[in-house]
Design a protein around this ligand. Structure first.
Ligand SMILES: Nc1nc2c(c(=O)[nH]1)N[C@H]1C(S)=C(S)[C@@H](COP(=O)(O)O)O[C@H]1N2
Ligand SMILES: [Mo]
Length: 332
């Protein structure tokens, strides 16, 4: 199928500076696509895992993602190249090394996909991904992603505001939190069958309802203008850019409105190390390492690219009000 290029910028909105940035961004997108082609073709670079099956999806989804227009964030950070975003991952359902998800996630079958909406809402049920996406606006949004392990990336996601979806189900006044669950299926996610697993599967995450409704909170279906590769959480994953990466749960099959704070995988496993809130905070260290700085990828032995970590990962203007009066040392 022919995927028509989208009209990514309106003439009326542009200034010379934004024209430049837009063009540069578009070139980066094109480079990303080139890297993908190289990786899946015969001439894949040695040392780079050819992510077989990465960024494939049905035509309707490819078209929708290609048509998504930029939201227009003022993120000036350099984008992390596609091959790093898709080969350096945390997705423990496929193994514990950063390279495992790209190598082993070919067993995941992201299409077709259903998501169950449950709990305290007027409307609940199981919905096809395609039907859910028919009612939302996809945008490209460039966000920093800061892992609790003190590395970070800058990723051009394609997704929609979680709040836009949640409102359609009319949550009741008892809906104080939103809980998310990843697929549970050891045939598709082999590490779930391992006797040495550190996590009680399925992977779970949660947000307070006001965090879930914040316009920054995204459900992503793509990156670099293409459907999400399996290793990045195909076909649907959360992105909460002011929180540590483990909150951004992948391959979601269930979204539930709850009255009580839900259990979340890392918090349940090591509550003294990983909090429910997990807001990026350079002043509150992890018990075993500092959170004051981070390694921005790509980073190498001779150019480690260490930068200061920002409060709320640089999104304080948008989200600090959510935590007014809270002790962020206690609620880490
Ligand atoms: N289901 C699931 N979601 C997950 C994880 C995981 O192991 N399983 N890892 C988390 C962590 S620790 C991070 S840093 C991000 C990494 O996302 P990325 O690989 O797309 O960069 O995914 C998060 N979502
Ligand atoms: Mo992480």
């Amino acid at each position: 199928m022919f995927i028509k290029p989208s009209n990514r910028i309106r003439e009326s909105e542009i200034t010379p500076e934004s024209v430049y940035r837009e063009r540069r961004r578009f070139m980066q997108l094109t480079l990303g696509a080139g890297a993908l082609a190289a990786a899946s073709g015969a001439g894949a670079k040695p040392g780079f895992v050819a992510d077989a099956g990465a960024a494939v999806g049905p035509d309707w989804l490819k078209q929708k993602i290609a048509d998504a227009e930029p939201y227009g964030e003022k993120v000036t950070d350099k984008l992390t190249p596609y091959e790093h975003v898709t080969s350096y991952n945390n997705f423990y359902e496929f193994g514990y090394d950063k390279s495992d998800p790209a190598k082993h996630s070919g067993t995941l079958q992201p299409h077709p996909w259903k998501v169950e909406i449950a709990g305290h809402a007027e409307k609940t049920g199981a919905f096809n991904l395609e039907d859910l996406l028919a009612k939302v606006t996809l945008r490209e949004r460039v966000y920093r992603l800061r892992c609790v392990e003190a590395w970070s990336m800058v990723i051009p996601w394609v997704g929609f505001e979680l709040g836009e979806l949640l409102k359609q189900f009319k949550p009741t006044s008892r809906a104080k939190y939103v809980a998310f669950t990843t697929l549970l299926d050891s045939k598709q996610m082999p590490e779930q069958a391992s006797r040495f697993s550190t996590i009680d599967w399925p992977y779970r995450e949660g947000l307070r309802i006001d965090e879930a409704m914040n316009p920054l909170t995204l459900l992503a279906v793509g990156l670099y203008g293409k459907p999400l590769p399996n290793q990045n959480g195909a076909p649907l994953r959360l992105v909460v850019p002011w929180k540590y990466g483990f909150k951004s749960i992948k391959s979601i099959v269930k979204i539930e409105f709850t009255e009580k704070q839900p259990g979340t995988s890392w918090n349940v496993r090591a509550p003294n190390e990983y909090g429910f809130y997990a807001n990026v905070n350079p002043e509150v260290d992890h018990p075993r390492w500092s959170q004051a700085s981070e390694r921005r990828l790509p980073s190498g032995l001779f150019s480690p690219n260490i930068i200061d970590t920002q409060m709320f990962n640089g999104y304080a203007d948008e989200v600090a009000h959510l935590y007014k009066g809270m002790d962020l040392r206690k609620h880490y």
